[in-house]
Design a protein around this ligand. Structure first.
Ligand code: ATP
Length: 233
């Protein structure tokens, strides 16, 4: 059974409909990428799974159980953690304090400890007593990922973790993904960088104006199919 499933997921901001009947599945240990142009609904999709906006209760299922009406804090407790767009770190706190916040109040057993996060991103250990605004953008992104891992999620939702970063830094961040997968964590990546998404994803979903326009394994999809699904022409 899929660990995470969306069934006819819709989402609204007031009267504006951002998602239309999205059906997806995520299997245990799988990495799925969500691609699509600006405004396609990718972040909204992650927010709906994370409980930051709500559709129908049974439009998001975790292990077959509806979680679509659950509060965001409860969803973290169930093992689904979001790395939000823009990182959302606490600027007055140190790297280590930000990481520890990810563990606060969580009782999920699992492999992720401070030491494991420092093993994944060694630069964070060297900077552990620094306030996060003094870190580079890439290092801040590592803190945001580490903070989410500290809750020992079974599903990690990543929103645009490469946005605004230099290619070499993006490579450093993505180098951590195999270790995260090796712990059995399933990953949903929202990624505008299609090349990066294709490299790491087991399967890809393309969104276009709030609708699913294409799905498949990267090796089975042609450039033309992706271009059409992405831009609609
Ligand atoms: P981007 O890459 O720009 O973040 P996206 O694919 O993640 O794009 P969303 O952020 O999910 O897209 O936005 C989908 C649609 O919903 C867009 O038309 C956007 O303008 C709209 N939208 C997003 N957030 C809100 C909001 N808080 N209030 C109203 N409309 C919103």
């Amino acid at each position: 059974m899929a660990i995470l499933q969306t069934r006819q997921l819709t989402a609204f901001y007031g009267d504006f409909q951002a998602l239309y009947g999205i059906d997806t599945t995520l299997d245990a240990g799988e990495t799925v990428a969500i691609i699509g142009a600006n405004g396609a609904g990718k972040s909204t999709f992650l927010k709906a799974i994370a409980g930051l906006i709500h559709g129908a209760a049974d439009s998001v299922l975790l292990d077959g159980t509806p979680i679509g009406a659950c509060a965001a804090a409860d969803i973290v407790g169930l093992g689904v953690a979001l790395v939000p767009e823009g990182r959302r770190l606490f600027p007055s706190l140190t790297v280590e304090e930000n990481l520890l916040i990810g563990r606060y109040g969580r009782k999920m057993a699992g492999p992720w400890t401070l030491d494991r996060v420092y093993g994944l991103f060694p630069v964070l250990k060297a900077r552990r007593h620094s306030a996060t605004p003094t870190l580079s953008g890439g290092q801040q992104q590592m803190v945001a990922i580490g903070r989410a891992l500290m809750s020992n999620p079974r599903v990690l939702l990543c929103d645009e973790i490469s946005l605004g970063l230099a290619p070499i830094i993006i490579a450093d961040i993505y180098a951590g993904l195999p270790q995260i997968k090796a712990e059995g964590t399933s990953v949903v990546l929202v990624e505008q960088d299609i090349v990066q998404a294709m490299k790491v994803a087991d399967r890809v979903y393309c969104f276009q104006e709030g609708r699913l326009s294409l799905t498949g394994r990267p090796r089975d999809l042609t450039r033309e199919q992706i271009h059409r699904a992405y831009f609609g022409s």
